[in-house]
Design a protein around this ligand. Structure first.
Ligand SMILES: Cc1ncc(COP(=O)(O)O)c(C=O)c1O
Length: 420
């Protein structure tokens, strides 16, 4: 097995040094399972390459916002990139200082801007001139100065899935290159705005680094324009490094990625920010589910598992591929199967026409590389309580970091209206 932190020992799958079978004997499936050891290794891989450079990592909270995960990441010295008031609230719960938080997103509301200003965040990544004027208005009312970076849309193809490419001219993100200089000039006229720098985020699950280099090459001109007006303090090159999803796939590590872009980074007295999400937490999480039923319809084999698209939607949403393996290694002849959940949608699948050994009902499957954009995208569709999240600590102790929701959690916001 060539996935980080995963191996079969005496036919039993171990993740982060711990037997997954043992964990299924304590916790009911389905659940997400994370490894602190793998998470820290991913962060170390970034640190190894950035240590002599003025580069700051701002973990992208959207990838996985569990409080215990955020706390571990905060302890390792990363700042945070948020996209909503809710994500800010989560960061504040674990006592992240405002000056370690940056705020991206095309649709920040007045309440969110005020909340962020009151908590003195490092800067807002602004994505339109209208947003700039709204921030000015709120900062004026609060009698503060709002630090901002301009998010530019550099029109670059990140060669990834269309739903997760964000820096093409047809995407909603950032300010177009032809409005860049004008936005700088506008920002400089506003008394309650302090222009600090600019940045971009061109997309996610990027494994071909040529687009990253192209964006840096294109930035030279943006830097030149910016420097005409102000000293560049922050240059934010976003997140987007991809991870391994397929067995045979070889993808750049965080260290490989940084080393390949270092020659293209601007030099001088400025801070370069990176917003990695998936490449920090993706490989540090797997999702465990139990086979409820096996059936053969018209010669097609289905493994019907107790997890579903409401817990992990990536396969249904993007047709994303996740490797799926049994937690007890099998030598049986592989079969072609569909792995599907109990939800009443044909799109409720984890894999289609996948080669897997013949398995039995009540056996467990692990869905790999599920730490990022997994639980955070879950829902309660079909009135299914969201699953639990479990952490394997570095000392190999296992602890729950989010309880499975109850039936009462499903109805809590509604119940008080029943008698009105
Ligand atoms: C602005 C911004 N920064 C960072 C990220 C994190 O990307 P990734 O998880 O691919 O590193 C995203 C994700 O879409 C984003 O929108």
């Amino acid at each position: 097995m060539n996935f980080e932190g995963l191996e079969y020992k005496n036919t039993i799958l171990h993740f982060g040094g711990k037997s997954v079978l043992e964990i299924t004997q304590t916790f009911p499936t389905p659940f997400y399972l994370y490894s602190e050891e793998i998470l820290e290794k991913r962060i170390e891989s970034y640190y190894e390459a950035i240590k002599d450079h003025n580069i700051q990592l701002m973990y992208s909270v959207k990838a996985n916002s569990n409080l215990s995960i955020l706390k571990m990441i905060h302890k390792k010295g990363l700042g945070f990139d948020i996209v909503s008031g809710g994500e800010l609230f989560r960061c504040l719960q674990i006592h992240v200082p405002g000056n370690q938080i940056i705020f991206s997103g095309v649709g920040k509301t007045e309440e969110e801007i005020e909340f962020a200003l009151k908590n003195k965040i490092l800067f807002f990544s602004i994505e339109s001139q209208s947003e700039l004027y709204l921030i000015e208005k709120i900062a004026k009312r609060l009698q503060v100065v709002a630090p901002i970076n301009i998010r530019v849309n550099p029109d670059i193809n990140p060669k990834t899935h269309p739903y997760i490419s964000t820096g093409l001219k047809e995407n909603k993100f950032g300010i177009s290159a032809d409005q860049f200089e004008d936005t700088i000039q506008t920002a400089l006229t506003l008394k309650h705005i302090e222009l600090c720098g600019f940045g971009y985020h061109i997309g996610s699950q990027i494994t071909d680094l040529s687009s990253k280099i192209e964006a840096l090459e294109k930035s030279k001109n943006f830097i030149k324009i910016f420097n005409k007006y102000k000293k560049l303090q922050f240059f934010d090159i976003g997140g987007g490094l991809g991870i391994q999803y397929k067995k045979e796939e070889k993808v750049p590590s965080p260290k490989d990625f940084i080393e390949s872009i270092l020659p293209y980074l601007p030099k001088g007295d400025l801070t370069i920010l990176l917003e990695p999400g998936r490449s920090i937490i993706g490989p540090a999480g797997i999702y465990i589910s139990k086979i409820l039923y096996i059936k053969n319809n018209y010669g097609k084999l289905f493994y019907i598992v107790d997890g579903a698209m409401n817990d992990l939607i990536r396969p249904s949403l993007y047709n994303a591929y996740h490797e799926i393996i049994p937690i007890i290694e099998k030598q049986d002849l592989p079969q072609i199967v569909d792995i599907v959940g109990p939800i009443c949608e044909t799109s409720d699948f984890f894999a289609k026409n996948r080669l897997l050994p013949l398995m039995q009902e009540n056996e467990f499957l692990a869905i790999l590389s599920a730490g990022a954009y997994g639980f955070v995208m879950s829902s309660q569709y079909n009135s299914r309580p969201r699953p639990s999240e479990i952490l394997i600590k570095k000392n190999h102790q296992v602890q729950i970091i989010r309880e499975k929701e109850t039936y009462f959690d499903l109805i809590k916001p509604e119940i008080k209206f029943l008698n009105e």
